[in-house]
Design a protein around this ligand. Structure first.
Ligand code: T46
Length: 135
């Protein structure tokens, strides 16, 4: 099972500045069914602390920066997101903890499914058990 993968988006820049356009199954490798964004996160806060059973997402720091701890039940890695032309692809069954939000951090998240609270695994031991059982 892979951990998060960084994808680079094409920048359509000219002398006015930069534009990035994201199309489903072109720039991100899935159907985009939902978009949400996170901003104004207070200092010291850790968001996430869950995994998804089925959801795939691409997380983009369109402003500022934050750190993601990723864990697939066997290995862990940390990724800093700080570029608006890069996205972090998060596959299902990846535990994530998001921290070190800069004051100006705006995270845009593209998701391949509608919001479903039942898709969340919020207990780390339950997550480990699900990985071990191949669920
Ligand atoms: C993830 C990380 C990166 C909704 O009503 N609809 C939605 O689509 C979402 C994502 C959330 N909500 C509600 C549920 C909570 O009442 O918004 C509130 C905050 O959500 P949550 O505590 O899940 O936020 P984070 O930042 O811990 O996690 C979110 C996503 O839920 C999650 O899928 O990967 O951002």
């Amino acid at each position: 099972m892979t951990l998060g993968r960084i994808i680079s988006f094409e920048e359509r820049g000219d002398d006015r500045g930069t534009l990035v356009a994201l199309e489903e199954n072109v720039d991100v490798p899935f159907d985009i069914r939902r978009v949400y964004y996170i901003y104004g996160t207070k200092a010291g806060v850790v968001r996430g602390k869950h995994a998804h059973r089925n959801l795939q997402q691409a997380v983009i720091a369109v402003s500022g920066s934050c750190r993601l701890l990723l864990d697939n039940g066997r290995e862990r890695t940390e990724v800093v997101l700080d570029r608006p032309n890069q996205g972090l692809l998060l596959r299902s069954m990846t535990w994530r903890e998001i921290s070190d939000f800069s004051e100006d951090c705006v995270l845009v998240v593209l998701a391949d499914r509608l919001y479903d609270p039942a898709d969340y695994i919020r207990d780390y031991h339950e997550f480990q058990k699900a990985v071990a059982e191949g669920r």
